[in-house]
Every structure is written in structure tokens, then in C-alpha cells.
Ligand binder design. Structure first.
Ligand SMILES: *Cc1c(COP(=O)(O)O)cnc(C)c1O
Length: 390
């Protein structure tokens, strides 16, 4: 059994993928070939925004958005400590300061009440209200924006986050690396903030066969900036550079593969709902298992199906039992970002974000992909429940 079964996905579309790769080999436009524009058009339509720009990775998507917002030293960007490192890494890479805000214990996403509190304490330089970084320039940080993360495929509470951002004049970047295909109050993930960013890393809900990403926006001005930043800050032409940028293009070959995968993505989203629903049906009689919560009006794309165990020890035991039965599991994420060595310079300490810390100690994820069969789901749940000595 695979944790994410990319081979099962490839089988029915293998011929189509090979055909699309062959077309690229024939035309030879490996950089910014016609497949890129075709994919961008389809993705913009899928997400329901005016502009989509393909790029080299989800990390570059986030970096491009921050560069477009001219984020730099002295700026604070608020984000979750319970995410993949890339979300906060890009902030530090530009010399700005990540300011972490704890998550909601049910959705594992940024808690809007704590977000408002963090902005207030940042503005008044009062860390008694909310834990703040202890960098030498901490008292002079300017809050500039928010990176909200649609963790495990579930969108954040964007009505609340966008209102807070408006009140304080902050930009909002949606990290939809795991969220593409999810929905919030009838709108698609990627379209829920000023700029949406996603990843086509192979294991993401819409994955390529290598690295890739995309940026979404409704703003013409932002789209122009992002297009320039994607190619070395180019202006009118290649050798006219108007800003410092990146080499962050999406490969034509990856776009060709994604075009084939996008054809079946809507069906796969439905299949993911079915798998998650089956898990929840089989596990929800056991209240202590905390089946994942999807609030009214939200749709998760189920990048992961994650559960909280009663204790860190029971997680070890459950994962071992499942492993013995040939069921792979994973822990996303075993260490919150404020406790990572890479961010030691921010001066955060244990206890600053108790929900993220507790969740890191007890969470684990079951196999999740659109091609999990009913008998496999039943077996996974049976082994899992037996490991609890129920
Ligand atoms: C995967 C991921 C990224 C980074 O995407 P890459 O394509 O691997 O660079 C960023 N944020 C989150 C939440 C992710 O899961």
C-alpha cells in the first residue's frame, strides 16, 4: 500500500501524458512553450481568477508574491508556525521577520482572534499580549502582510482574515500549496486572498513529475509585476531589467504533464471526498480520535487526512501497529517552525504557541489519495482501531 499512489493515478492517463511529452519533444520550446499559457488559462478559469502564472515551485510562488509586495528588512509578515518550512523561509530569505501566530485546534489553520492580537501587540511592541520575536529590531518592525496556509487542503477563515488585514492595511498571501481544489463559501482556494500560491510538487493534490508552482491574482498590476519577477525582473524585453527578480519559470514539460493531469483533477477531487468521508464514517464513532473538522461552507481537498492521538506515546504505538500491517503513515509536522534551529534567531521558545506544539506531538496522517479502494480503507481503519485496544 502506498501513502500517495501516483502509479495508480498514472495508469489510466499514461498514454495521454506520453503523447503530450512527445509534442514538446517535437516542438522543442522547452522554456515558456505553448503548454505554459494553455495551463495558465485553464488554471485561472478553474480557480476563478483573472490571472495565473506558472512558476518553478510553490516556494518560488510565495517568494515572487513577497518580492512583488516589496517585502524586506524591517518588515513583519504574520504566519502559522504549524506548516511546511517554505511558508516562513521565504520571509526570512528577503530579510523580513516572520511573526508566528498560533493555530485553531480544530482546523489547524491560523486563528483569526490570535492574528488580531498579534498585530496589536506588534504595533504596541507589547509581548505580554502575544509572543513576539526577540530580534534586535523587534521594537521597530512594521507589520506588512499575512501568509495564511490552507493546511491539509482546508481553506482558512478568509472572511475574518481579510477583514483584519483591511483594518491594518496588510496584504494577504494565500499559501494554497496543499489547498488547490478546496473551497470556501463557494469560492475556490487560490482565489481567497490578494495573491494565491500553489505547488505542483508530485505529492500535492495536483502534482507534476518534478517541481512546479503557480501564482493566482485578480489584479492586473500584480500580474504584471509577477510576470516580470518570474524572469529576472524583465521590462519590455529580456535585456531590459526594471527590478531585481528571479529565474522562476515553470518547465514546459511539467506544464504538459499538468495539462494531462488537470483533465482528471475534478474527478479526483470528488474521489478524495469519498475517501475522506469513508474514513470519517468508520472512525467517527470513536470520539477521542478527533476526525478532521470541515466547518460549514468549507470544502477540503484532503491533501492529508490527519488525526490526533491521545498522547505522543499512543502515536508511536499506533504508527508502529499500522506499519507492521503494511500501512504507511506520516507526521505533518513533527516540529513547529518557531522551535526549528533555522528560526532560532527569532528568539521564540517552547510554550509560545501551545496549540501548534501540542498538535505536533499528537498528529499523524493516514494514506490519502483518490485511488484508495473501499477494502483498503476498511483494513486501515480496522488495524488502526485494533491498535487502540478498543
Ligand atoms: C509544499 C508546500 C510548499 C512548498 O512548495 P514546493 O513546491 O515544494 O516549493 C509551501 N507551503 C506549503 C504549505 C506546502 O505544503
Amino acid at each position: 500500500m502506498q501513502f500517495i499512489d501516483l502509479a495508480a493515478q498514472q495508469q489510466p492517463i499514461r498514454q495521454k501524458i506520453e503523447e503530450k511529452i512527445r509534442i514538446v519533444l517535437d516542438h522543442g520550446k522547452y522554456i515558456m512553450g505553448p503548454e505554459i499559457n494553455a495551463l495558465e488559462k485553464r488554471l485561472a478559469e478553474f480557480v476563478g481568477v483573472k490571472h495565473c502564472l506558472g512558476c518553478a515551485s510553490g516556494t518560488d510562488a510565495l517568494l515572487m508574491a513577497l518580492v512583488a509586495e516589496k517585502v524586506g528588512p524591517g518588515d513583519a509578515v504574520l504566519t502559522s508556525p504549524f506548516t511546511f518550512i517554505a511558508t516562513a523561509e521565504v520571509i526570512s530569505l528577503l530579510g523580513a521577520t516572520p511573526v508566528f501566530v498560533d493555530i485553531d485546534s480544530e482546523t489547524f489553520n491560523l486563528d483569526p482572534d490570535k492574528l488580531a492580537l498579534a498585530i496589536k501587540s506588534l504595533k504596541s511592541n507589547d509581548s505580554s499580549l502575544h509572543a513576539l520575536p526577540l530580534t534586535p529590531n523587534a521594537s521597530r518592525l512594521t507589520p506588512r502582510g499575512i501568509i495564511s496556509v490552507d493546511l491539509f487542503g482546508l481553506p482558512c477563515d478568509y472572511d475574518s482574515i481579510n477583514i483584519i488585514a483591511q483594518e491594518y492595511g496588510l496584504f494577504v498571501i494565500e499559501d494554497a500549496a496543499q489547498g488547490l481544489g478546496g473551497e470556501y463559501k463557494g469560492r475556490k482556494a487560490g482565489a481567497l486572498a490578494d495573491v494565491g500560491c500553489t505547488s505542483f510538487f508530485p505529492a500535492k493534490p495536483l502534482g507534476a513529475y518534478g517541481d512546479g508552482g503557480a501564482v493566482f491574482t485578480d489584479s492586473d498590476e500584480m500580474a504584471d509585476k509577477l510576470a516580470s519577477i518570474r524572469v529576472h525582473g524583465q521590462g519590455e524585453d529580456k535585456y531590459n531589467n526594471v527590478r531585481i527578480g528571479l529565474n522562476a519559470r515553470l518547465d514546459t514539460l511539467q506544464a504538459a504533464i499538468l495539462n494531462a493531469k488537470l483533465d482528471i483533477f475534478p474527478q479526483e477531487i470528488d474521489l478524495r471526498q469519498d475517501v475522506a468521508q469513508r474514513y470519517t464514517e468508520l472512525l467517527s464513532p470513536y470520539a477521542m480520535l478527533h476526525p478532521p473538522c470541515v466547518p460549514e461552507g468549507y470544502k477540503s481537498v484532503w491533501a492529508q487526512y490527519s488525526l490526533l492521538t491521545e498522547s505522543p506515546e499512543s502515536r508511536v504505538h499506533i504508527q508502529e501497529s499500522l506499519k507492521k500491517a503494511g500501512v504507511p503513515t506520516a507526521v505533518y509536522y513533527p516540529k513547529p517552525l518557531h522551535l526549528q534551529t533555522a528560526f532560532a534567531g527569532l528568539g521564540y521558545k517552547k510554550g509560545d504557541f501551545p496549540i501548534s506544539e501540542d498538535t505536533s506531538n499528537r498528529i499523524f496522517s493516514l494514506p490519502m489519495h483518490p485511488y484508495l479502494k473501499e477494502n483498503e480503507i476498511e483494513r486501515i481503519c480496522a488495524v488502526f482501531l485494533a491498535s487502540l485496544h478498543l
